[in-house]
Design a protein around this ligand. Structure first.
Ligand SMILES: [Zn+2]
Length: 112
């Protein structure tokens, strides 16, 4: 008796919801190439951010195929201390500073 009532309720609530609202978002396949020759394909929503790599079932890191990338983000090379230094000083300036420093060290050694 109770079982029948429950089942009836469940059917009733489901029938009111039509499948019209369950429209799927636009999708496209992203392909990942594993260094071991495996190809992984996943459907992603066009609005989703597609990861650039995916761990393959074999344990290797499969990389997103270039053509699938919507807008390849330009990887900005990490600036080193040397790069930052060069932004403030030119090579001749640095050479001059180095020479000054060396002269100072030489004089220190000479007086010691
Ligand atoms: Zn693999």
């Amino acid at each position: 008796m109770a079982d029948r009532a429950l089942r009836g309720m469940r059917l009733g609530t489901q029938s009111l919801e039509s499948t019209e609202h369950a429209e799927l978002a636009e999708r496209r396949d992203a392909h990942y190439d594993c260094p071991n020759g495996h190809v992984l394909t996943f459907p992603f929503s066009v609005e989703a951010e597609v990861p650039l790599s995916w761990e393959c079932h074999c344990g290797s890191l499969a990389l997103l195929r270039d053509g699938d990338r919507p807008e390849p983000k330009e990887e900005k090379a990490a600036r080193t201390h040397w790069d930052m230094l060069l932004e403030r000083r030119t090579i001749p300036e640095l050479e001059e500073l180095l020479e000054e420093r060396l002269e100072y060290l030489r004089s220190m050694r000479a007086s010691a």
